[in-house]
Design a protein around this ligand. Structure first.
Ligand SMILES: C[S@@+](CC[C@H](N)C(=O)[O-])C[C@H]1O[C@@H](n2cnc3c(N)ncnc32)[C@H](O)[C@@H]1O
Ligand code: SF4
Ligand code: SF4
Length: 334
């Protein structure tokens, strides 16, 4: 009873998250150059029935929320479509991020029939050789495009979106990809993602100096971002906010600079790792495990308060990640 009262009082002060990102697995069908998640251990992943329990617990605590399913490759998880269908039956907003390699006809039909709100398919370049090189597999582009075609041919309500990570390899052709996506009637939006240190790798502040994916041609960075911002002014299909594009340009030109934006991690968006660990920030340790405690308890725990302090003073640049970004300046924030 006392704990319930404390939680309710704390809820008046703390804003409840609106989006829960789950990674039911770090395993993957691909080994992309920009990602090390597939290298991580996978012992103790929750089963899809456990995930349904976790999602129900969030629904009880948060009321309606957006569930974003990512990974690893989500369609590697047995029972993934049952999980998705149950989440839709709970009236949640559901989005899935995928590399497309496992999205067959049957899965596409179930996605659309269940009323999944958005599917983000990763496409890094219109040039199949560049996409396949970045994604580490010869047929990655073909399979991702087939996934898009399968979903689009069903003419359902599911929004089909592209997700693209910006690197030295695809920067030159980025405008072509954005224009193609914006003009494709089957697609809803394209979202660009600045390159960060490989997901899943231990933090190294100088990672970009060693990365062959880091764009080093400063004139090219400037001209591509200027064109993107010009395009954005008349095309909502490029989903990134204008100020985020400007911040990305700055980030690519000055990777050593301390970011001026406060990191938004753990406020509107929180994440659950494959083992049930609830995370306010993807790279800091979990605040606890949802197999042993409820979302409300964990979000109001001492560990959560400690993590919020760490986030407020964090000087890394991954506040630019799409799930963390908020245009709040350090000097003007309360
Ligand atoms: C981690 S993946 C998981 C979903 C699925 N496997 C896929 O590739 O779409 C989600 C998104 O993160 C992006 N990503 C991976 N590593 C990244 C990095 N180091 N920096 C920025 N984005 C990255 C991927 O390109 C993909 O669009
Ligand atoms: S970015 Fe996605 S497809 Fe590529 S290795 Fe990571 S999880 Fe797999
Ligand atoms: S900038 Fe934000 S998301 Fe990145 S490590 Fe720091 S707290 Fe986490």
């Amino acid at each position: 009873l006392i704990h319930g009262l404390i939680e309710r009082t704390a809820d008046l002060v703390l804003q409840k998250p609106r989006t829960v990102h789950i990674s039911p697995t770090y395993r993957c069908t691909l080994k992309c150059m920009q990602c090390d998640l597939w290298r991580l251990p996978n012992d103790g992943e929750l089963s899809s029935s456990r995930w349904i329990g976790v999602i129900k617990a969030f629904k009880e605590y948060l009321g309606p929320f957006a569930l974003k399913i990512s990974g690893g490759e989500p369609f590697l998880v047995p029972g993934m479509m049952e999980l998705v269908e149950r989440a839709k039956a709970m009236d949640l907003y559901v989005g899935i991020s995928t590399n497309g390699t496992l999205l067959n006809d049957e899965t596409a039909r179930r996605i659309v029939r269940a009323g999944v709100d958005e599917v983000h398919v990763s496409i890094d370049s219109m040039n199949p050789k560049i996409h396949d090189h970045m994604r580490g597999a010869p047929l990655a582009f073909k399979r991702a495009m087939q996934a898009i075609e399968r979903l689009a041919s069903l003419n359902g309500e599911t929004k089909i979106c592209l997700a693209t990570v910006i690197t030295s390899l695809n920067l030159e052709g980025l405008m072509d990809l954005v224009i193609w996506a914006a003009n494709n009637p089957g697609l809803y939006t394209i979202t660009l993602q600045a390159l960060f240190q490989n997901f899943g790798a231990p933090y190294d502040p100088a990672w970009w100096k060693r990365s062959e994916l880091w764009p080093r041609d400063r004139d090219l960075v400037t001209s591509v971002f200027d064109r993107l911002m010009d395009y954005k002014s008349s095309h909502w299909e490029l989903a990134n906010p204008m100020n985020q594009l400007a911040a990305m340009k700055d980030y690519f030109l000055h990777p050593d600079r301390t970011p001026t934006a406060v990191c938004h991690a753990g406020k509107t968006d929180i994440a659950v790792d494959p083992f049930g660990g609830l995370r306010l920030c993807f790279s800091l340790p979990p605040i606890g495990n949802l197999l042993r405690s409820s979302p409300g308890r964990l979000l109001h725990s001492k560990e959560a308060a400690k993590r919020r302090k760490q986030i407020a003073s964090c000087k890394r640049s991954c506040n630019l990640l799409n799930c963390n970004y908020e245009d709040v300046r350090r000097d003007s924030s309360p």
